[in-house]
Design a protein around this ligand. Structure first.
Ligand code: ADP
Ligand code: MG
Ligand code: ZN
Length: 640
């Protein structure tokens, strides 16, 4: 892929070396260390060179005087206080004299006459050069230098640490450079997300060849908001855009803007945008932008001035740069409903891309991507796994693959088998099996009947999802579970399906009430879920007869585009009506469940007994029980 031409002067490396804390520092510390060692080496070698001069044989000044008297000396060279005497036979010996006294005076003091001295060639040179000073000062200079170098190295290190302490205001963005091939992600690594990829490849095109767009007067959006459930690959997609375009990629998470110190968030934003502009073309990626981008002035949690300032700064920066800057901002969130409307205004994050949970085909693709480097047994069929995992996100599928590999490794197998994958589906879905939790006999029996109640209702009701598995092995927080899966993937749900779902949920409660004459805390979750569902039917989907087609509550949650949390959109009377409708739905479903349980009591007993016995009933076995009791199992072939 062609890389964008970059000006040598401001290639990303140059700019960031000293900008990003902790990045340049390590290198320069090692640099200093090496320099320090070299300097030390240099000093030591000079010192030893000089001192090696002195290893010539020494002679005392009185002996030298005697030698002069005896006429054994040919030549004497005096340099400051040191004396080099060359004997007639060529041997050189050194001696010392006092600094203050002159050489001739010194010898005269030892009784050398002028005549005797005349026979010797005497040369005196007063040395004042560099070497002289070095020689004289080296005993002091050496330790001083040593200490200086030591302090220098230390101070560099401390400065590094100190710099970090003063770098709060600097952006904490992590930079992925375009030529970093190790971390590089491309669109090939992202399965599915077709719509998002299309939208983003436009951006890639622009970053690669901005001129083409400018010449025709096209304006490229500054901001793109990726919205989608957690784990659907938003972060991955953003990195893929950078990888495809081959530009610098700054990524920062919303929560990193706001950290401990007031005023830091805003200055980090400023710093981040500055860096990005210097390196342009570049992508700024703000992950989890809802951490800073929540509706301002909501008064929730006492208001957070720091967060608001940060958000304001983001808005200011986004307004402040020209479309010609070649910096594109990608943000990701799984809570678009809580974002401040100002962020979504034209000129800011005006492109919004929704990333859906993967459908069956996409799931298969994602599984394929993550099965690279994993040896599979022959029986592995990823299509089946994809079919069995509706509602799984990309991240879930990734961890499914990983769990399967771990299972295989734990059982000392070299290859991942289909069974590993299937076991991992449940594991990812509900957390690991709690083998350690042992139910008492009575608890076990009640749980078995409770789950059997769900299973019977689900098999009898025409619009409920068919049962895939029943178990009374506790998982996560549930004591037992009935695993239902839709026959086909559904985007829309109908009122009849909702009603049957509620009836199935209440069947467990009915069983406890009618068979044991007592109610445990077991069905509390069933009740919560079904009541919430009934309430949504009335207030969101217009599925109640008496209230009719009105949506009384926003779909996204309680604060939709700036409305406060306590603002009801309906009156007290309507509120009372809603409550009435909800309890009517629940009551009807309860009656229906009671009839079903009464009618199918023999089947209920059979399933419950089998459960107590085996703890788990798989789909095939369950269906043969149904057939034996005259109930047609729900299968794709039996539909339509
Ligand atoms: P998000 O940011 O939406 O919460 P991530 O991008 O962090 O999700 O995804 C987490 C992981 O899940 C990714 O690193 C990747 O391994 C996997 N994943 C998610 N979606 C996909 C996809 N469409 N294709 C391939 N892998 C995916
Ligand atoms: Mg993410
Ligand atoms: Zn239940």
């Amino acid at each position: 892929m062609p890389k964008p031409k970059q000006n040598k002067k401001d290639s990303p490396k140059k700019v960031f070396l000293d900008k990003i804390p902790g990045r340049g520092m390590k290198n320069s510390f090692f640099g200093n260390f090496v320099i320090g060692v070299l300097v030390l080496f240099f000093v030591v070698s000079i010192y030893s060179l000089i001192s090696s001069n002195k290893s010539k044989e020494e002679i005392s000044i009185s002996d030298l005087a005697l030698s002069v008297k005896a006429g054994q000396i040919k030549e004497i060279r005096v340099t400051n206080s040191s004396i080099d005497a060359t004997f007639q036979d060529g041997i050189i010996k050194t001696s010392k004299k006092e600094d203050s006294a002159s050489f001739t005076d010194t010898l005269a003091a030892y009784g050398v006459t002028a005549d005797q001295l005349d026979k010797v060639k005497v040369s005196v040179n007063q040395e004042t050069g560099f070497l002289y000073w070095l020689i004289n000062l080296s005993p002091i200079l050496f330790p001083v230098l040593f200490i200086a170098v030591f302090i220098w190295i230390m101070s560099r290190q401390i400065k590094g640490a100190g710099m970090q302490a003063f770098s709060f205001g600097q952006s904490r963005a992590r930079l992925t450079e375009p030529d970093d091939t190790k971390q590089r992600v491309t669109f090939k690594d992202v399965a599915g997300c077709k719509e998002a990829k299309e939208e983003l490849s436009e951006i890639v095109d622009f970053l690669k060849n901005p001129k083409k767009f400018f010449e025709i007067g096209a304006r490229i959006p500054k901001g793109i908001l990726l919205m989608g459930a957690p784990g659907t690959g938003k972060t991955l997609l953003a990195r893929a855009v950078a990888g495809e375009a081959g530009v610098a990629f700054f990524s920062i998470s919303g929560s990193e803007f706001v950290e401990m110190f007031v005023g830091v968030g805003a200055s980090r934003v400023r710093d981040l945008f500055q860096m990005a502009k210097k390196t342009a073309p570049a992508i700024i990626f703000m992950d989890e932008i809802d951490a800073v981008g929540r509706v301002r002035g909501g008064g929730l949690g006492g208001g957070n001035d720091e967060r608001e300032q940060t958000l304001n700064q983001i808005l200011v920066e986004m307004d402040g740069f020209e479309p010609t800057e070649k910096v594109i901002i990608i943000a990701a969130t799984n809570r678009p409903d809580v974002l401040d409307p100002a962020l979504l205004r034209p000129g800011r994050f005006d492109r919004r891309v929704t990333i859906d949970l993967p459908d069956r085909n996409d799931r298969e693709e994602i599984l394929k991507i993550h099965s690279k480097e994993k040896p599979f047994a022959e029986d592995v069929n990823l299509i089946v796994i994809a079919e069995r995992t509706p509602g799984f996100s990309g991240a879930d599928l990734y961890s499914l693959m990983n769990e399967a590999a771990i299972l295989a490794a734990r059982e000392n197998r070299k290859k991942v088998s289909q069974f590993d994958l299937i076991r991992s589906i449940e594991k990812v879905m509900m957390g690991p099996e709690r083998k350690s939790h042992i139910l008492s006999r009575k608890e076990k029996e009640m749980t078995a009947y409770h789950e059997a109640g769900h299973a019977v209702a689900a098999s009898v009701l025409p619009y409920a999802d068919p049962v895939h598995k029943i178990s009374i092995i506790s998982r996560g927080r549930a004591l037992g579970y009935v695993f239902k899966l839709p026959i086909e993937e559904k985007k829309l749900q109908s009122k009849k399906e909702f009603l049957d779902d509620i009836t199935v949920a209440l069947a467990g409660y009915v069983v406890e009430k009618n068979i044991y004459g007592d109610i445990t805390t077991g069905p509390s979750n069933d009740l919560q879920v079904s009541t919430a569902l009934a309430r949504d039917m009335v207030t969101k989907y217009g599925m109640s007869e008496n209230l009719g087609p009105v949506a009384l509550e926003g779909v996204g949650g309680k604060t939709l585009f700036g409305r406060g949390i306590n603002e009801k959109e309906y009156s007290e009377q309507v509120g009372a009506l809603i409550d009435k409708e909800v309890s009517k739905i629940m009551k009807d479903a309860l009656d229906k469940a009671e009839i079903i349980i009464k009618e199918h009591r023999p089947l209920l007993d059979i399933i419950a007994k089998r459960l107590i016995d085996k703890e788990t009933i798989e789909r095939d076995e369950f269906e043969s029980i149904l057939v034996a009791n005259g109930i047609q199992p729900k299968r794709k072939e039996n539909l339509s």
